[in-house]
Each structure stands twice: as C-alpha cells, then as structure tokens.
Write a protein that binds this ligand. Structure first.
Ligand code: PMP
Length: 306
C-alpha cells in the first residue's frame, strides 16, 4: 500500500503517497487511541460522488469527541480533504480513509503534549467480498470473542483500538472456513459483524440490534431510511443467535460490505440459503442510491468535482 504513486492529504497538505509517513514512536501506533472513518465514492452521472459524506464526517468528529481528541480542522476542511483525495488521485470510484491520530511528541500513557494529526487517503478497492457473495450470500460463524462492552471501550467511537476485537473475530472465522464472524455482546445477544451491522427478516418484520455495543452504522441508517420510505416495519431490539438461525433472511450492512446476504450461520442454512427477496430489494435500492439513481435521496451524494 505504501509504495505507489498518488497523493495523501496530511495535516492540511497534499503529500506524495510515499512520503506520507509517521515516526515509529507515533503514540496511536502504541496504544490505539485514535479514530477513523471508512467512506466511499461511487461513479455517478455527475462524476465521482461521495456517499453520505456529511454523516461520515459527523461520526468522525463524534468519535474524536468521545476520545477527548481536539480536532485541529473543521468539518468543512475535512469534507474538502476527502473530495480532494478522490479528485487529485484521479479516481472514479474510491474507498476513502480519514484518520485522526496522536503524534510522537511523547511516549507513555501520561504524555500530555501530543499533537492531533489528521490524514485522508483514497484508493480504488474493487470489492470487499467476492462478487458472487452479493447474490449467493456468505457463510458466517458466531465468534468465540465477545463484542466490546459499553464500559470497556467506547462503542459509539470508531476507534482504532476497537478493531483488535474485530480482527481476532474475523481471523478466527476465516481460519474456521467461514467468510465473516458474528459477534455477540457480553450478555450473549447478537451485536454485529467484524465491520458490519446485521439485520434479520421474519414474519414481515425486519429486526436489527439496538445501538448499544454495535457501531452506529451509516449503511444501517440508510436501510432504516429505505424501510421508512417503503413502509417495511422495523424493530430495533435485542436479538438472539438462534433467531438468526430461524430467520427467513439475514444480511450485513457496511460501507465496505454494502448490503451483503448471509446464507448460513454456524452450519445452519438461513431461509432459502441465498439472497432473499427483501434483501435483494434493499440491496438494489442501495446500489441505486450510491450511484445517483435515486432522485429522492440525491442529497446523500457529494460530487467531488463541484
Ligand atoms: N460495525 C463496525 C464494527 C464497523 O467497523 C462498521 C464499518 N464502519 C460498521 C458496523 C458499519 O458501519 P457503516 O455502515 O457506517 O460503514
């Protein structure tokens, strides 16, 4: 990733990709206290456009606030930085990664002279899963790792260190032959995937875990917005893993995963064992929205060349 042409926005300047470096004593590298976003730009009739940029930037600022990091830039500057990262790397579609991290001015947990840095990189990242997974769905395993407890780490923050838990769970799931992990909260209720929120559909109602230990997903919110438009009843509540086994349909949502059907959990087939009709409808509406083909939600797109 590091050895390539291009430009990365770092602390207000566009820096050549290979020169966008930090010191080995970077505080966040040692203790994980930092926050980031995963944002995407899609190709639309108006050129590349960032999906729900405002919501992602708002969440980045909320994450920083939760972690007590003082942002050295405004939201407008960060929005502009994300547009520039896509534009100046000549990307038509892109994954965008803003990150807020502490510098190398001091070491140790008590360091109090640390500078808050911000970077934004953008690159093309074709598909998070195999293209067939979007239709056929993926195999998931319930993780042996518990999702964060709300008073162990801050679950509303998309904090760097929180992702140790995600990576342990994902690596375990993959080495066990599954494609993704389902993490349960400390009481045993369904929380989320390693980097996705989850929905299940049963008896005419879509269900998703309430926002306690899972991240306030922007794709999750997009699905809730669609359900409001379409009159699909939704319940945000506690869900058990066996409710997922007996669901008619289940799917993950996330900026990287988009709307991803789940065909199996812990060796149990879910519904027909492939993408169900409601999942298909919401997935195709999602692709229309991100590609600028949903006029009623055109406000979700920020063309980068404006
Ligand atoms: N949960 C976790 C743990 C995540 O990392 C992500 C990805 N940001 C999500 C859920 C989905 O969030 P979003 O739809 O905003 O990408």
């Amino acid at each position: 990733m590091a050895d390539r042409d291009g430009l990365i926005w770092l602390d207000g300047e566009m820096v050549p990709w290979r020169e966008a470096k930090t010191h080995v004593l970077t505080h966040t590298l040692h203790y994980g206290l930092g926050c980031f976003e995963g944002v995407r730009a899609y190709s639309t009739d108006q050129g590349p456009a960032i999906f729900r940029l405002k919501e992602h930037t708002d969440r980045l600022f909320r994450s920083a606030h939760i972690l007590n990091l003082t942002m050295p830039f405004t939201k407008e500057q960060l929005n502009e930085a994300q547009c520039r990262a896509v534009q100046e790397n000549d990307l038509d579609e892109a994954y965008i990664r803003p990150m807020v991290f502490l510098g190398s001015e001091g070491m140790g947990l008590r360091a109090d002279n640390l500078k808050v840095h911000v970077m934004v990189a953008a690159w093309s990242w074709p598909s998070y899963m195999s293209p067939e997974a979007k239709e056929l769905g993926i195999k998931v395993r319930t993780s042996s790792y518990t999702r964060h407890h709300v008073n162990i780490t801050m679950c509303k923050a998309k904090a760097n260190g929180n992702y140790i838990n995600s990576m342990l769970a994902l690596n375990e799931a993959i080495s066990g032959g599954a494609e993704e992990a389902l993490l349960l909260d400390n009481e045993g209720y369904v929380a989320e995937g390693s980097g996705e929120n989850i929905f299940i559909y049963r008896d005419g109602v879509l269900h998703t875990p309430e926002l306690t230990s899972c991240l306030e997903g922007i794709t999750r919110q997009t699905i809730l917005d669609f359900c409001k438009d379409e009159g699909v009843p939704v319940k945000e509540r506690r869900i058990t893993r066996d409710e997922v086994y007996i669901a008619e349909e289940a799917f993950f949502t996330g900026t990287a995963a988009e709307v991803l059907p789940i065909r199996e959990l812990d060796g149990r087939t879910i519904g027909e064992g492939k993408r169900g009709p409601l999942t298909e409808k919401l997935q195709s509406k999602y692709f229309d929205a991100v590609k600028g083909k949903l006029p009623e939600h055109s406000e979700w797109l920020t063309p980068v060349n404006d």
